[in-house]
Design a protein around this ligand. Structure first.
Ligand SMILES: C[S@@+](CC[C@H](N)C(=O)[O-])C[C@H]1O[C@@H](n2cnc3c(N)ncnc32)[C@H](O)[C@@H]1O
Length: 312
């Protein structure tokens, strides 16, 4: 099968927003080539495998590549994408040079493109993310393995916004907790919460492809007795309160539903928000506080911020 590869050289802060635009235009997957990946100090320990080829990465910024089935409608789709990207600028997101490139690729290239960037990575004290096609043996007894096939959904598990959520979950999840995961993507955070001992996890996503991918990953990780995945918009369909709500979404989306999050989090419970680009930190903190949350901790990684808050 032939695919159209659409790529944009963008900024670090715009990666998620651009990926979302591509997904919403019907992209069957996104590959992220980040120039900073090459510069990071790599420690070959705990079974981490790093084999990055500088030729695969841009010298500056981040290339986001999306894949759409090649069809005669591609020109219209590209126009839709351009409009949606222009709209991001209204949200004060710097998306870079705005030059979309297109190329025709076949399915085999696409499958390889995913896999060459994706290896087992120890991303926190306890969690190691392992792609389904890699063999990996835990090195310690309390190590928690999340097996992932990112499929077509956001969430290789190694994006800074995801890593901070998993680190935050590691800090706050207690055995027997109930958790809501808003915008579950590949299901990575729900699986993490279940492995940490949550009794029940309600995962949801607006994107049907993500719902499907999360369901598959939940089964793959044998946590389907704990995690249920739903199609839904933010917290609209969530009726039961939870000990913990986690949402790795853009700052603009987070600030739009802090009151709903407050009503779902039990008194004494935690709200973990991520996906916040650094300069929007105060805006999100203020929205959380206005709804009644108390900020416990602000985590930072690269240009990104995650916030752990408590409902008093
Ligand atoms: C940045 S990804 C996070 C995925 C995963 N939770 C992680 O941490 O890697 C954001 C996810 O939120 C979903 N999303 C965006 N807007 C949403 C909405 N209004 N309601 C539910 N999900 C939404 C997207 O489809 C996407 O899967």
């Amino acid at each position: 099968m032939k695919w159209t590869e659409i790529s944009l050289l963008t900024t670090n802060e715009a990666v998620e927003a651009v990926s979302n635009v591509f997904h919403e235009a019907g992209a069957s997957g996104v590959v992220i080539e980040d120039s900073t990946e090459i510069e990071k100090e790599r420690v070959d320990q705990f079974g981490e495998i790093y084999a990055l080829n500088p030729d695969d990465y841009p010298t500056n910024g981040v290339i986001v590549k999306a894949y759409l089935p090649a069809s005669s409608f591609i020109a219209e789709t590209v126009e839709e994408i351009k409009l949606a990207l222009a709209n991001l600028i209204n949200f004060e997101i710097n998306i870079g040079d705005q030059v979309l490139k297109t190329a025709l690729v076949d399915e085999e290239d696409w499958a390889t493109a995913w896999k060459q960037y994706y290896h087992p990575v120890k991303i926190s004290e306890r969690f190691t993310i392992v792609p389904t096609w890699e063999n990996y043996s835990p090195v310690s007894t309390d190590e928690l393995i999340i097996e992932l096939d990112p499929g077509m959904a956001f969430g290789t598990g190694t994006h800074p916004t995801t890593v901070m959520c998993l680190q935050a979950l590691e800090k706050v999840v207690k055995s027997g907790d109930t958790v809501v995961d808003v915008g579950t993507g590949s299901g990575v955070l729900s699986i993490g919460a279940a492995l940490l001992g949550a009794r029940k996890v309600h995962a949801l996503d607006l994107d049907e492809v993500a719902v499907e991918s999360a369901r598959e990953n939940v089964v793959l990780n044998k946590v389907n007795n704990v995690v249920e995945v739903f199609h839904g918009n933010l917290l609209d369909s969530v009726k039961e309160s939870a000990d913990i709500v986690v949402g790795n979404l853009l700052a603009e989306i987070i600030v739009s539903f802090t009151d709903d999050a407050y009503s779902i989090v039990k008194p004494g419970g935690k709200y973990i928000t991520s996906g916040i680009i650094g300069f929007k930190k105060d805006e999100v903190k203020q929205a959380l506080e206005k709804s009644g949350f108390v900020i416990d901790e602000v985590l930072m990684m690269e240009d990104w911020v995650a916030i752990i808050a408590t409902r008093p």
